[in-house]
Design a protein around this ligand. Sequence first.
Ligand code: SAH
Length: 345
Amino acid sequence: MPVSEYMALCLLDPTEGYYTRREPFGAGGDFVTAPEVSQMFGELVGVWLWLAWEAAGKPDDAVLVEVGPGRGTLMKDALRALAALDREWAARLRACLVEASPRLRAVQRETLGGRPVEWFDRIEDLPKAPLLLVANEFMDALPIRQYVKTADGFRERVVGLDERNELCFLAGLSEPDPAWLPPDAADAALGAIVEAAPAREAAMAALCERIGATGGAALLIDYGHLRSGLGDTLQAVRAHRFAPVLEAPGHADLTSHVDFASLAAVARSAGLSTFAATQGEFLLGLGLLERAGAIGRGKDADTQARIRGEAERLAGPDAMGSLFKVLGVARPGVALPALAPLRSA
Ligand code: SAH
């Protein structure tokens, strides 16, 4: 089967899939995402969504959306920040979650306490209203296709069985759409790998189509690169360590780096403006250090050191600050906060 099918089965198979069955998040799980590092992450995203709502002309019927909310922690922290900015507005704001895993929907309901929220299967099903949308580490979980350079050119990388009946990677038959090959693909060595993510581009197109039609803004946060290039970025993570991708299907998280250049190109072809920053620039621009100071004020030295450590982890260049990127999209004329206009490469 193609790598994309392997990834989709491993993550979301209805009985054996990773998100269906396992509790991936937090210290006892497999990995820690930014909202699980600190409440400050979701709070600052909440502030950004408020500023984006202002920049979009404060549409009355705006809907708050999170795609791939995990445990619901980001949504809970963002709603608390929005309530601090305008309690009444935040209370009547319609909150929508796009989540594929029934198990995680139940966790999200629990995290959000009594706050009314609505669940949707797909971005296309969201209410037709201006969206204030955020997705953190959602795109990286959508399946990618890989192509490997062979003597006959690039061929789809597939998962098969070797002579000992173990899973292995093989070169299949199908060839990539030439548009998916980066400029340096022609000079690539034998065995070089190119990734394409039609599922991510389709999700991006659905989201951009909606923002183009009804307004609002979207914020996508993920680890990845702002320029497309060659390379194998498929990875498995289990119990906070990298693991071989084929070792334990359904028991490890499988992700790959997000090619933000290709997502930005989708947004531009939908007629939207694009903005970007590293996660560090984004959070510092929104007042991470000030927020850390405010939370730590009057606390003991250990608590203050923990809060400083969390801020460092979220925004430090050696932690999540540089590897993680932030892409914002909106209709032309809307200037999105804490991000710089992105020009086509
Ligand atoms: N945003 C959260 C969780 C990231 S994990 C955090 O930062 O902690 C990815 C999330 O996307 C999970 O909630 C997973 O169930 C969901 N997901 C994965 N594929 C999906 C799909 N095709 N449609 C909707 N949700 C999906």
